[in-house]
Design a protein around this ligand. Structure first.
Ligand SMILES: [Zn+2]
Length: 459
């Protein structure tokens, strides 16, 4: 019999609800092999707190974490997504593999401390700032893989195809050359990275957007893929993007995508912000997940996604921290509900679309839904505390004053709606305790590297 680690959690949120005295056994590979509730007999290390499944973060551009707060000052012209993008391009041009690695490790460690245990990294900084490939063309991808390994977070790396500045084949700008790969170079990159996949590091693909990927390139990539790969795309984030699609493709972006690609459960449509009801219904029928990033979408002034309509059509959503203006899953989730409350002038709006298990609890519905759909978008075996899944577990500090007088029925609502982040006490990924008592095991070294990189980036 192989060596297993066993932990007894005073409470754990399992697929069928809350249970007490739950003994969870984890094998050396990081998979849960047994979950036994109401077990007070087995000898196991006691973990005092409430165990919940870790949250997948389905949309990240890790390098953007290093520019939070640097684009919040009003310029001479009206600020928009497009003026923010200029700041972001300038920032991207200062990223070397070493800097990207240091920034991503800090970003991922902070995600873990807030309750994210997996991340989909939508990665398009492939080249040197002037567009020359690195001597090792996968250097930037490798920097991200190494950062995820240092921090310990589960990774779905999404090498991203980016070829044009806009619809109609517009040549990339000087700044965008850093992102551009020819289709064959791109497929070589995906193929090379895929050879080194592991249970902790998966490789999917991403199409940056319909404005950055010409139809022919999209077709070649999609027909060259193994059927199991996760496919992500920025689809309809900005009104201007929708108008340009209508001009060049004679269709709205989602409309066009559904006509020209076989969208199915492997797909994650990020920022499906500007969608008609008909588009939402059609996407929901494909089984694709939408990736919502409410704090970033608010920060950039994108617009509000019609989440109640989407859920009523049977659609599923996952959350991402995208530009990392916030690294808190609870903040993303409560924004989704608050947007719905402000729009409908009702309370507890999204809980109407739960699976019935949360007993009407909005927080429970949001966490479980985003966990389940997010798992699909990662194409990894995570997202629930049950035998056969990766042991990715977040422990809420139920001794915190915030939870005084709360039981299992109100715990997740209190956590989601009032949590400031430090209620996450311990975090396990693949059976390893990465965060204990609110501290990441490598946080000192990660912070030293990050500060050194920031001095270089901002000098
Ligand atoms: Zn994005």
């Amino acid at each position: 019999m192989s060596f297993q680690s066993r932990y007894r959690f005073s409470a754990a949120w399992l697929p069928d609800g809350w249970r007490r005295n739950v003994v969870i056994s984890v094998d050396p590979a990081g998979d849960i092999v047994d979950v036994s509730p109401d077990d007070v007999v087995t000898t196991a290390r006691l973990v005092n707190g409430a165990a919940i499944p870790g949250m997948p973060n389905v949309h990240s551009h890790a390098f953007q974490r290093s520019m939070v707060g640097l684009a919040e000052r009003r310029g001479t012209q009206a600020d928009s997504f497009w003026t923010w993008r200029e700041t972001m391009y300038e920032h991207a041009s200062r990223m070397s593999p070493e800097c990207l690695n240091a920034v991503a490790a800090q970003c991922y460690a902070d995600m873990l401390k807030a309750g994210y245990t997996a991340v989909c990294e939508f990665h398009y900084l492939h080249n040197q700032p002037d567009g020359t490939p690195y001597a090792e063309p996968a250097a930037m991808s490798q920097a991200l893989i190494d950062a995820a390994t240092t921090a310990g977070i589960g990774l779905t790396l999404l090498p991203t195809l980016y070829q044009t500045a806009d619809f109609g084949g517009a040549a990339p700008t000087a700044r965008q050359r850093q992102f551009v790969l020819a289709t064959d170079q791109y497929l070589d990159l995906v193929d090379g990275l895929s050879r080194a996949q592991s249970p902790q590091i998966g490789i999917g693909v991403a199409l940056h957007s319909l404005r950055a990927v010409p139809p022919d390139a999209m077709k070649t990539v999609l027909t060259s893929l193994p059927a199991t790969k996760a496919i992500h795309i920025h689809i309809a984030e900005q009104d201007r993007e929708v108008a340009a699609a209508q001009q060049h493709l004679h269709a709205r972006p989602i409309e066009w995508l559904l006509e020209h690609a076989r969208v199915d459960r492997r797909w994650c449509l990020v920022h499906a912000t500007h969608a008609t009801h008909a588009e939402l219904k059609a996407v929901a029928a494909t089984g694709a997940v939408v990736g919502l990033c409410p704090t970033t979408e608010a920060n950039l002034g994108d617009g509000v996604f019609a989440l109640p309509t989407w859920l009523a059509a049977g659609g599923t959503f996952a959350i991402g921290s995208d530009s990392h203006i916030s690294l808190s899953p609870t903040e993303e989730l409560r924004w989704l509900e608050y947007e719905a409350r402000l729009a409908t002038k009702h309370r507890n709006v999204l809980a109407a679309h739960g699976d019935g298990q949360g007993d009407g609890s909005t927080g429970a519905m949001l966490w479980r839904h985003a966990c389940t759909a997010g798992t699909r978008a990662t194409a990894r075996n995570i997202g629930a505390i049950e035998a056969g899944r990766r042991a990715d577990i977040v422990v809420i500090d139920t001794n915190s004053p915030l939870f005084a007088g709360r039981d299992e029925n109100t715990l997740i609502d209190t956590f989601v709606f009032s949590g400031a982040g430090h209620e996450v006490r311990d975090v396990m990924v693949a059976g390893r305790w990465l965060v204990q008592e609110g501290r990441h095991s490598a946080e000192t070294a990660i912070a030293v590297n990050y500060k050194r990189a920031m001095n270089r980036i901002l000098e």
